[in-house]
Ligand binder design. Sequence first.
Ligand code: ADP
Ligand code: ZN
Length: 678
Amino acid sequence: MPHPNELLRDIFGFDVFRPGQEQIVEAVRTGQNTLAIMPTGGGKSLCYQLPALCRPGVTLVISPLIALMRDQVRALQEAGVCAGALTSANTEDETDAVWSAIEKGDLKLLYMAPERLATTAARDMLRRAHVSLIAVDEAHCVSQWGHDFRPDYLRIGELRRLLDVPLAAFTATADKETRAEIVEKLFDGIAPQSFLHGFDRPNIHLAFAVKNGPRRQILDFADARKGQSGIVYTATRAKTETLAQALREAGHSACYYHGGMNPDDRRQVETRFQREDGLIVVATVAFGMGIDKPDIRWVAHADLPKSIEAYYQEIGRAGRDGAPAETLTLYGPDDIRLRRSQIDEGFAPPERRGADHGRLNALLGLAEALDCRRASLLQYFGETGVTCGKCDLCDAPADVFDGTTAVRKALSAILRTGEYFGAGHLIDILLGTETDKIKARGHDALPTFGIGKEYDRRQWQAIFRQMMGHDLVRPDPERHGALRMTDRARPILRDEDKITLRRDTIKQALTRPAVKTLVSEEDAPLLSALKAKRRSLAEAAKVPAYIIFNDRTLIEMAETRPATLDDMASISGVGAKKLERYGADFLTVIAGEVESLHPSRRKLAGRAEGTVYDRLLQVQAELARGPDGCDKPMSCSASLLAKVAQLKTHDDGALTRILGDRRAERFGAAFLNVLREA
Ligand code: ADP
Ligand code: ZN
C-alpha cells in the first residue's frame, strides 16, 4: 500500500496536510470510528478520500447533495481515481460503469445519496460490494434540531451495524447538542475518536460596517470585486430580487435565490453559480448547503445574520480553496430588533430561546468589537492565541471613547419614562427637543430632559445601537419594541462598571474603489491568461473550472512561473495525473507570456500604454463570453488592442471606429473604463 504522504502528493497534488488532516487520515485509515469537526473549506473530503485509497475494497460515501457528489466524483476521476456515484441523476451508462467497476473490484469510492439506502436491493448490493468503510459527509443532517435534518440519515446507523465496518463522520457544525446527537444516531452512543479542528480561516478577511445607505455599500463592495464570484445574503426574499436587479444594472452578472422559488429555478441558479466564473448570487440563507464552490471570492451580508454560528457558516463559504477572500457584514438597530423578535416570536421551545439570544449576543459583540474580530470570533469557538492581521480592526484600530456617562444618561431616560419608548423618543428627551409627543407626555419636565446635548442625534443613535449590541437594553415585542433595561446594564447604572464605546466612523466612499486583484499588477495578465486556458479546458470537458485547477493553484503558477514540468509538479494542487493531462497546456501559456510578448504588445513595452494594453487584455478575457458568460466567445486581435491602448480621444465614437459595432457592443464600455482610469 502506498504511503499517505505519497498519495497526498501524487494523487491530490498537495505538499503538506492541512492542520488536523494527518491525524484524522491516520485514524480513518486504521479503521477507527471517527467524528471530525472541521470548518468548511478545512479539507474534510481528503480525510476520507485518501484513506479510501489505502484500504482494501470500497469506501461508501454518503452525502446529501447530488451535485456535490457528482463534482467530487469528477474531480477524483480527473486525479486518476476509480470513483462513481449512484444517484437519481445518473444516465444508464454511468450506472453500468459503476456496476462493472464494482464487479471488477476496481471501484475505490462509491457515492450515494441517503435516500438510496431505503431499499433492500441497495443494502444487498452494498453487502456484496466489499464495502470496508462508511464515510458520512454533513453528518449534522442526522440532527432533528438543525434545519438540515434528513430523515434518511437515521438509516445510516443501521447500515453500519449491517455491514459491520468502521464509520467516519464529518461536519462543520460544532455545537455540543449536534455533536451528541451524531454520536447517538450514527455510533449507537459509543464515543468515536473525535477531532475538533482549527476554526480559523486565515485567508478570509473579516469586516463589519454600520448600515449607512446599505444598497450603496453593497454595490461599492461588489464593484471593487468585479468579475469575482460572490454571495450577498439578505434577510428577506423580496430584497434578494431587488438587490440582484441593482447589481445587474451596475454591470454585474447577478441572480437571486430564495426558498420560495420552485426547485427547478433554484437548481438552475446553483448550477450556474457552480460553473461560472464571476457570478454574484443574492440569496437568503436557503442558499446554503448545496454550495460547494471552492473559489467564492467574497461574501457580503446586506443584513445581520441571526447568530454567530450562522455568520461563521455563511462567511465560511468564501475562499475554500485557501486563496484570499473577503467579507463584509452590514448591521444596524433595525437588524437587532428583527433578530430579537424572530427569536421571541419563533417556534423554538422557551429553553432554547435563551440560548438563541445568547448566540445573537455573541454576534452583536463581534459587530461592536473594539479590537481584532478574528480573536473575538475564535474565542467563541474556544480558541485563543490567534494571530490575525486580516480584519478591519487590525487594518485600522477602532476610534473609542469612555461611554459610561453617556450610557448612564440613556439608561436614566429609559427608566424615568417607564421603559415604554423607543430610541427616537428617548433621543429627543436627551437632546431636549420639544416635540409634540414630549410636550403631550410632559417629558420636558424630566430631569433628564436636555442632558445629552454634548452629542448630536447621529452619535446618540450609535450609542443606543451599541447599547443594544452589548445587550444592555432590549426591544420588548410586547411594547412595540420599546427599549427595556437588562440585568447586564445594572453595574453601569450603579457606576460599578465602565463601558468603552466606538465612535462611528462614517466613511463616505468618495471615489469608486479600485478593483481588487488577487495578484500583483505584473502577474495579473498571466493569471487571466491561465484562467482563460482553464475555462476552455473546462468547457471542453464539461466540468466546472475549478475541477481542472483551483484559483489558488493558478495564482501560484502566475506568481512562480514554472518553466518545466518538474517545476510545475511542485505547485500545490498539481498532482501526477493532472500534471500529465494539463501540465504542458499551462506551461505553454506561461512560456508564451514570459518570452514571446505579442509583437504589438512588445512595441508598447516600457510605456504607459503597455500597462493599458495588459488591462484591456484582462478585461477582454473577463468578457470573452459576454457579461453573463453565456454568449458566443469573441475577442479582439492584438493589433486592435494595441490601437485601443494608444487611443487619444476616449469616447464611444472613436472606439467603435476601431473595433466595429459587434466588438464595441461587447467590450466598448469596459475598454473605455480602462482608458479613463489609466
Ligand atoms: P470541506 O472541508 O469544506 O469539505 P474540501 O474537502 O472541499 O473542504 O476542501 C476545500 C479545499 O481545500 C479544496 O479545494 C481542496 O482541494 C483543498 N485542500 C484540501 N486539502 C488540502 C491540502 N492538504 N493542501 C492544500 N489544499 C487542500
Ligand atoms: Zn484582526
